[in-house]
Design a protein around this ligand. Structure first.
Ligand code: 6PG
Length: 256
């Protein structure tokens, strides 16, 4: 069966059967983006998220079938966000990526730009911002070739949550965020950085996200309440890879 596709200017939505299909498609996009970027400018700069959805994507990237398709010497890996925990902690986004692919591919240490979750949140955010500025050059707004994002049931993305002050940030590249309910700190890239990417890849699966997703992909004003709905790359494109369950409420209008 052909994949239903919605295409509106710079937004593309692909509806795939399940998590496996979403991650296989994401792996292909990651590989192709890396090949194109490296051919054009000798490097591919990506930022990746945590959460459970992309875990299989990372497993694929580290697998025999995929790892030799990427020229890792020319890849730079950054993180979209991080929990304030040591890098060995099971909750660490660095650890997830390290265990699933970073430790298995020929990615030079100097190309791994992790967020130091073990530091005090303010310090960790400042250090990460400096690392990003050093890499992209002072005065330049960082432009990632590819940013992989997920979306929570409440419409959060990265560690940008609905109603949070962090959504108003216009200057800083990385900021600390305190999650009141969980009483936990995180570090996140800010909207101006995310929205300056060349390409955003959203991975969303599961029925519990269907309602919020239909708001975000719709034309209503309500989408602006959800941080994921504020991701609108100024010069880039967004591809949403979603499974049938998450697409449940999109209806005929969205799927044409
Ligand atoms: C993280 C994230 C976060 C995540 C969403 C979706 O580190 O947790 O970057 O924004 O992408 O919470 O998470 P799931 O994939 O687990 O649903």
């Amino acid at each position: 069966m052909e994949t239903p596709v919605i295409q509106k200017s710079n937004v593309k939505v692909e509806v795939l059967p399940d998590l496996e299909a979403v991650c296989l498609r994401a792996a292909l996009i990651f590989v192709n983006s890396s090949v194109n970027s490296i051919a054009a400018k000798k490097q591919f700069v990506a930022a990746i998220s945590g959460g459970s959805t992309p875990r299989r994507l990372y497993g694929l990237l580290g697998s025999e079938a995929y790892r030799y398709q990427v020229d890792w010497q020319h890849v730079q890996i950054f993180w979209v966000d991080e929990r304030c925990v040591p890098k060995e902690d099971e909750a660490s986004n660095f650890r997830t990526a390290f265990d699933t692919f970073v430790s298995k591919v020929a990615l030079p240490d100097k190309n791994i730009h992790r967020i130091r979750g073990e530091e005090a949140p303010d310090r960790a955010a400042k250090d990460y911002e400096e690392e990003i500025r050093r890499f992209f050059g002072e005065g330049e707004r960082p432009r990632f070739d590819l940013i992989v994002l997920g979306m929570g049931e409440d419409g959060h993305t990265a560690s940008l949550f609905p109603g949070s002050k962090s959504l108003e940030e216009t200057v800083r590249l990385a900021i600390p965020v305190y999650l009141e309910e969980a009483k936990k700190n995180r570090i996140t890239l800010t909207l101006p950085v995310l929205n300056n990417a060349d390409r955003i890849l959203f991975l969303v699966t599961g029925a519990s996200k269907a309602g919020v997703l239909s708001e975000i992909l719709g034309d209503g004003e309500k989408k602006k309440v959800f941080p994921a709905g504020l991701i609108r790359p100024a010069h880039g494109a967004i591809t949403w890879l979603i499974d049938h369950e998450a697409a449940e409420k999109l209806g005929d209008y969205h799927l044409r």
